[in-house]
Design a protein around this ligand. Structure first.
Ligand SMILES: [Ca+2]
Length: 167
């Protein structure tokens, strides 16, 4: 039983030997389709990932920056963003694009960090003193909305807009 068959050995064998050789070659090549399948999966993931455009409306001042957080789970929303973008605030409208987002459920939170301290300033009651907003323009009763209310779905959504609120 020779597991390795060179071309020379292959042609030099008896009928039984040739069968053995062919069998060995087939066994080895069975790894190949699996590798191809893996590559296919990778390519497929990349193709279905897409960019998500977020338009932020009603920016009241040119001061500071807009902090845009993209969340990919109910557990982290709206505390710990999965991806974040920031852009210089301009009165009117702002736009950011999150690149290569895999299919799934997401939510967005934005605040207008006018004093550039990296935080959403609140008063002693916990009410935001800076502009803020969520995807779907979702609002909670006494705080942020649920992930479900603010949920957007990739790849169904390619572009979404939300309106900042200043209390
Ligand atoms: Ca701030």
């Amino acid at each position: 039983m020779a597991p390795n068959c060179s071309t020379h050995e292959f042609f030099g064998r008896t009928v039984n030997g040739i069968r053995q050789c062919k069998f060995d070659i087939m066994k080895k090549s069975s790894v190949f389709p699996l590798t191809l399948f893996g590559l296919f999966l990778n390519i497929n993931t990349d193709v279905s990932a897409q960019d998500l455009e977020v338009i932020i409306k009603n920016v009241k001042t040119d001061q500071g920056v807009l902090m845009v957080g993209l969340f990919n789970s109910e557990k982290t929303f709206p505390k710990k963003a999965w991806k974040g973008e920031r852009l210089v605030a301009k009165v009117g409208e702002g736009k950011v694009v999150f690149r290569n987002i895999p299919p799934g459920d997401y939510a967005i939170s934005v605040f207008h960090d006018e004093d550039n301290d990296g935080k959403l300033d609140t008063n002693f009651m916990g009410t935001p003193k800076e502009g803020f907003g969520f995807s779907n323009d979702a609002m909670g009763m006494f705080g942020p909305p649920s992930f479900e209310k603010a949920k957007i779905i990739i790849p169904a959504t390619k572009s979404t807009s939300l309106t900042l609120k200043y209390l």
